[in-house]
Design a protein around this ligand. Sequence first.
Ligand SMILES: Nc1ncnc2c1ncn2[C@@H]1O[C@H](COP(=O)(O)OP(=O)(O)OP(=O)(O)O)[C@@H](O)[C@H]1O
Length: 248
Amino acid sequence: MMDRETVISVKDLTKKFGNFTAVDHITLQVRRGEIFGFLGANGAGKTTAMRMLCGLSLPTSGTGTVAGYDIVRQAEEIKRHIGYMSQKFSLYEGLTVWENLNLFATIYGMSAKSIKDKTDAVFKTLGMENMRDVLVKEIPLGWKQKLAFTTATLHSPDVVFLDEPTGGVDPFTRRKFWEMIYRASSEGMTVFVTTHYLDEAEYCNRISIMVDGRIKALDSPAGLKQQYRAGTMDEVFRIVAKDAKRSD
Ligand SMILES: Nc1ncnc2c1ncn2[C@@H]1O[C@H](COP(=O)(O)OP(=O)(O)OP(=O)(O)O)[C@@H](O)[C@H]1O
């Protein structure tokens, strides 16, 4: 039986495309408030696995629950209880910062009052008050990422899935983005994040490393470094992924 603090739990999750097994029997559990890093080389199967966890794609076999809902039978419920941000985040470039927030909040079914309270708080925390009426296409990438994270979490989901959320920005801007992740996690939100930046892997509570559709390693950054006698996560990753066949 799953305990109440387990927010993601999957067993032998598998996805095949024809004869090709993109995700091969992965098993993992993630706790409430945990920051879980989902690493793997290109083509390892991260996005495919994440889509199944978000209720966007059905597994070929295996079982699992996200936020207490069954990934096969209750995909629609899952979509309501999670947030999702991908690298090509879904902001509307031709709308202002405020209009974007308002649009997503309305889609989530939030009341006018809670939209106002929440967005006022967001502008304040992010120091974005003076960007309220600026078109999204005119703000820097780092701000867009923060805004995309904010829109993905406005409805206080149990889990937020972040697919390479900080692609293309410098280490300082990435660090700032991670401050938002920590804040969300300290408020009890579970964060499931893929990244290619191994410095970011160090910020996670636990990490799994996928190779050719399978989870080859899973532990805290310190635990993995110890296990592989490595000084950095970069080294750990190279050791674990060295026999990968799919990486390009
Ligand atoms: N709809 C599909 N049909 C056929 N093959 C697919 C499909 N989606 C993904 N694949 C294949 O499954 C494998 C895993 O892809 P996936 O996008 O999940 O990897 P990833 O780990 O997210 O990689 P990246 O870091 O490059 O995004 C790849 O070999 C990909 O070509």
